[in-house]
Every structure is written in C-alpha cells, then in structure tokens.
Design a binder for this molecule. Sequence first.
Ligand SMILES: Cc1cc2nc3c(=O)[nH]c(=O)nc-3n(C[C@H](O)[C@H](O)[C@H](O)COP(=O)(O)O)c2cc1C
Length: 144
Amino acid sequence: MQEIFGLVLSCDLLILATPIYSWYCTPPMKAVPDRLVYGMNKYYGGEKGPALWAGKPVALVSTCGYRPEKGADLWEEGMRRYCKHSQLRYLGMLAERHLGYDTVFMDREKAERAARFAAGLCRKLDGGEPAAPAPSHIPDPGHI
Ligand SMILES: Cc1cc2nc3c(=O)[nH]c(=O)nc-3n(C[C@H](O)[C@H](O)[C@H](O)COP(=O)(O)O)c2cc1C
C-alpha cells in the first residue's frame, strides 16, 4: 500500500480500472479508496486536512454485464461523491458491456470509444476543463 500511496501522490491522472461485481468495484479495488480516504484527506474528527491530493484528476474505466447505465452507474455515483468529499477532480468514466466469456470483448467500436475517451481526458488535463457533466459513461463525441 505504501508503494501505491507514493504512486498516487506523484501521478498526473489517477485511472481506476475495474470490472463491476455486484454493482460496484471488486474488493481489491475497493481497498484502495478505503485506505486512501483517511491517509490522503487527513480528515480526523473535527480536524480537516491539509489534504495531500486535493485537485488530483480521477477517471474510471469499467466493464459490466448490464448496459453501463444500469451496470456501472452506482460505482460511478459512489466515486463522484468520493471525489467531491476528497476534493478530487472527477473527469468521467468509460464503461463497456461485456456479454460473457464465450464472446469476443474487444471490437472496433469499443476501441474508438476508448480512444475518444483518452483524447478527452488529455484535453481536460491540458485545458483544465471542469469536470464532465453526468452521465459520463456514455461518451459524448462532441465533448470527449
Ligand atoms: C461475481 C461477478 C459479479 C458480477 N456482477 C455484475 C453486476 O453487478 N453488474 C453487472 O453489470 N455485471 C456484473 N458482472 C459481469 C462483469 O462485470 C463483467 O463480465 C466483467 O467484464 C467481468 O470482468 P472479469 O472477467 O475481469 O472478472 C459480474 C461478474 C461476476 C463474475
């Protein structure tokens, strides 16, 4: 965890990538925000901060079995609130449907949406655009 802590502090963009299990991230991923929320924010009782990662940009990448708006929406909403609570800059989520292990996951459309999402993140980082409006799991070609 100490290694992750240092990497999170030094990165320009924190991307949390996880499949959705039972409407949220997997347990190993959940351990990360759980461990960082006190260590980074330094909210202890009445004492608040100084937060070590205030302003850090955060993005999400997920796969889920349901359509993303029904499969990954709770994870995104939870992380939106987490980011607000932690003074992080939420930039959006790319979520793709995975229809099962007997199907090929990757296709041209997913690759194009991923490329657009990445380009949008780069623009936001360069230009300091404000956080994307909801729902960001449906990439908006005009914005991302
Ligand atoms: C234990 C388990 C729980 C899952 N729960 C959900 C879920 O709540 N909602 C959803 O949309 N998909 C769910 N899925 C589907 C996965 O999110 C999807 O298949 C994902 O791509 C699996 O990634 P993995 O192969 O890396 O585990 C679940 C899959 C597993 C294995």
